[in-house]
Write a protein that binds this ligand. Structure first.
Ligand code: UDP
Length: 498
């Protein structure tokens, strides 16, 4: 009989921050085992962006990783009942809408190819895929492209919800605000030593319990306890207590003594030569003094209001420090470019004369920059970041301390972790405790930039701590490192399933 090649199927959700680490993970798996094939199946919302195309460029993928883009879903196809749809809801609905195509793909993979499917892995908002995994009798794993902190919160949310359901008359309320108003002003996440303010949690969890955003998010969280395991992009030395707390929460699962959580990170984007604005950024950095540049970026789709954009520009000028800033068109919703591509030139929204006045001080690039190479460049000394999890890991891996400026999703939780637990980030006052107009003013921005970029005890300690984390991150990936061991445990289990 013809030998079948082992194959892992990965189902993504829209959004670059899910695509990037899953593609990198696929590369690691196929590098470790050259018989293994990885098939990426990608639901899409709208046309693919140029950044997505460059990540999926056939020349940058090894031959044993192949992909299929499922037929494009349009925003109008999604049945969205909430007034302001959340990216998380859009991602979940896109996957749901794509299930019939996914079913077809899986059927043809199983019946007409020479592949032996070991397991199906899916992104954190793609849990509807679990039903297909059960139908095809496949092992199912979530690839959680965030940290153990957010995972612990997601596993805890169904318990909070169950508690509240017991009080029938309170069912319509927002769960976490109820928690705050009736019990305490802070919320504890299992395994995290510092408490959270309610507004630190992602918007879907704060919505009224009757909203689509809340129900969809809760539905995703409930399914986590039904999968065979969760691969989380973190490492033991970064989030040890949280990882332990997750195992404890999962302890009552039926019929298994394998681990539930596999901390296999940090898995970060590898540098590629075809990134937008690459040469202009790297050449400019080459001409700057060591550790002198503050890199400013809000991830793959973070946006600021026009007023906040102006304040940052003036704050940079006031600080006098060198900067490399990835600018996007303004918007009043912090994640407005996450699932929507922007067409205009964002530089035209900067204050009049700013680019000219700062041409010796900084570089401004529209929309996209080669982030990993910038963070790894010796001239970069700080990162003003929205604290998306990939950016967080990339900064840690390269030992660059951060100014935390969270915008949406679980970014405020990540910011608390960075600032209060790991103590490798500063946070400008008022980003979280917004004053009435919700704007961080230029003077505060200049003050925090100086604290980060100038020689002082606080800065030195932050640099020392992030260097230790950077070393621990590298150690976790070595042959005897914690993440490598977690991955070996997983691959052994998968191979036993043949
Ligand atoms: N990224 C990049 N260049 C940019 C902006 C983002 O390469 O100009 C990459 C970044 O390195 C990271 C990802 O896009 O890998 C953003 O993911 P993250 O989780 O930080 O934020 P999100 O996009 O989910 O808000």
């Amino acid at each position: 009989m013809e030998k079948k090649n082992p194959c892992i199927v990965m189902v993504l959700s829209p959004g670059l921050s899910h695509l990037i680490p899953l593609v990198e993970f696929a590369k690691i798996l196929t590098h470790e085992d050259d018989e293994l094939h990885v098939k990426l199946i990608i639901p899409t919302l709208g046309p693919p962006s140029s950044s997505m195309n460059s990540i999926l460029n056939k020349n940058s993928l090894p031959p044993n990783i192949t992909f299929t883009l499922l037929p494009q879903v349009n925003v109008e196809d999604l049945i969205i009942t909430d007034e302001n749809p959340q990216p998380a809801t859009q991602m979940q609905l896109t996957v749901k809408h794509s299930l019939p195509f996914l079913h077809q793909e899986l059927t043809s993979l199983i019946t007409s190819t020479n592949h032996n499917i070991l397991a199906i892995l899916f992104s954190l908002f793609s849990t509807d895929v679990l039903d297909l995994a059960k139908e095809f009798n496949l092992l199912s794993y979530v690839f959680f492209a965030s940290g153990a902190l957010f995972l612990s919160f997601c596993l805890h949310l169904p318990h909070l919800d169950d508690q509240q359901q017991q009080h029938e008359h309170e069912q319509e309320e927002s769960l976490l605000f109820h928690h705050q108003l009736t019990e305490k002003t802070t919320v504890h996440v299992p395994g995290c030593p510092v408490p959270f303010q309610v507004h630190d949690f992602p918007q879907p969890a704060l919505s009224q319990r009757s909203t689509q955003a809340y129900k969809s998010f809760l539905g995703v969280c409930r399914k986590y306890s039904l999968v065979d395991g969760v691969l989380v992009n973190t490492f033991t030395d970064l989030e040890a207590d949280l990882i332990r707390a997750i195992e404890d929460q999962a302890n009552n699962r039926e019929n298994t003594n394998s681990p539930f959580v596999y901390p296999i990170g940090p898995i970060i984007q590898s540098a590629t030569s075809n990134q937008v604005n690459r040469l202009v950024c790297l050449r400019w950095l080459d001409n700057q003094p060591p550790r002198s540049v503050l890199y400013i970026s809000f991830g793959s789709g973070g946006t600021l209001s026009q007023e906040q954009l102006n304040e940052i520009a003036f704050g940079l000028e006031l600080s006098g420090h060198k900067f490399l800033w990835v600018v996007r068109n303004p918007s009043n919703f912090g994640g407005s470019a996450y699932l929507n591509q922007q067409k205009e030139d964002p530089l035209r929204y900067l204050p009049s004369g700013f680019v000219d006045r700062t041409k010796e001080q900084g570089l401004v690039v529209p929309s996209w920059a080669p982030q990993v190479e910038i963070l790894g460049h010796g001239s970069t000394g700080g990162f003003l970041s929205h604290c998306g999890w990939n950016s967080t890991l990339e900064s840690i891996v390269h030992g660059v301390p951060m100014i935390a400026w969270p915008l949406f999703a679980e970014q405020r939780m990540n910011a608390v972790l960075l600032k209060d637990v790991l103590k490798v980030a500063l946070m400008p006052e008022k980003v979280v405790d917004n004053d009435e107009d919700g704007i961080v003013k230029r003077e505060e921005i200049a003050r925090v930039i100086k604290r980060m970029m100038e020689e002082n005890k606080e800065g030195l300690e932050m640099r020392k701590r992030i260097k230790e984390l950077s070393d621990a991150a590298a150690a976790a990936l070595t042959q005897n490192g914690s993440s490598h061991k977690a991955l070996s445990t997983l691959t052994k289990k998968l191979k036993c399933s043949i």
